[in-house]
Design a protein around this ligand. Structure first.
Ligand code: 5GP
Length: 203
């Protein structure tokens, strides 16, 4: 059986990567990666579904044992992507979808060169600013910080395989699905099937 694809959706906050991620998961049935965190569960969060909740000591042991594909400290808590479930899914032929920030995308690509990385961006920075303002959660200074970060993140364009301009969510989801479909149709991702077909047809 051919391995599944590891697809990473990344990009600045406000560009819509979370919405695209959800819709692509719903439309394709791709596996999502469940992260490990040291933060306490919020009401309604389920172990193994929302996150794997671990103590800081357990988390440090996992780091030492090299169990993470990438790990980051966010607001005084640790968050990381455990390697084993991702690779198990890929080996079983399932495609796995990630939604991570640009740092996370870089770490994943470094550890797994076959990762397909997609940068989601608004058509321009004015639209990004409007979307961030529309959330109503940003102060003037956090807005500036996020816009500055967005520019730096786009500056890392060379590490991405694809860019999707999120002008309309339906079109952006379609673009991501098209990318995944094209990758699925690459010959190198179908060698087991091809070999099996050739084997069966040999005289
Ligand atoms: P929350 O605590 O609200 O669930 O998440 C806080 C932040 O941690 C979010 O920005 C989220 O994207 C980030 N985060 C969640 N899981 C991971 C992960 O596995 N790796 C990295 N690098 N960031 C993560």
């Amino acid at each position: 059986m051919d391995k599944g694809l590891l697809v990473v959706i990344s990009g600045p906050s406000g560009a819509g990567k979370g919405t695209i991620y959800q819709q692509v998961i719903e439309r394709t049935g791709m596996k999502r990666s469940v992260s490990v965190t040291t933060r306490k569960p919020r009401p309604g969060e389920v172990e193994g579904v929302s996150y794997y909740f671990r103590t800081e000591e357990e988390y440090q042991q996992m780091i030492a044992a090299g169990e993470f594909l990438e790990t980051a400290e966010v607001y005084n808590n640790y968050y990381g992507t455990p390697k084993a479930p991702v690779f198990e899914n890929l080996e079983r032929g399932y495609d796995v979808l990630f939604e991570v920030d640009v740092h996370g995308a870089k770490s994943i690509k470094k550890k797994y060169v076959d990762a397909i990385t997609i940068f989601v961006m608004t058509p321009d920075f004015e639209v990004l600013e409007e979307r961030l303002k529309g959330r109503g959660t940003e102060t003037e200074s956090s807005l500036k910080t996020r816009l500055g970060a967005a520019k730096r993140e786009l500056g890392k364009y060379e590490m991405f395989d694809y860019i999707v301009f999120n002008e309309s969510i339906d079109q952006a989801v379609k673009d991501v699905l098209d990318i995944i479909n094209a990758e699925k149709r690459k010959v190198k991702n179908n060698l087991s099937v091809i070999t099996a077909l050739l084997g069966n047809n040999q005289q």
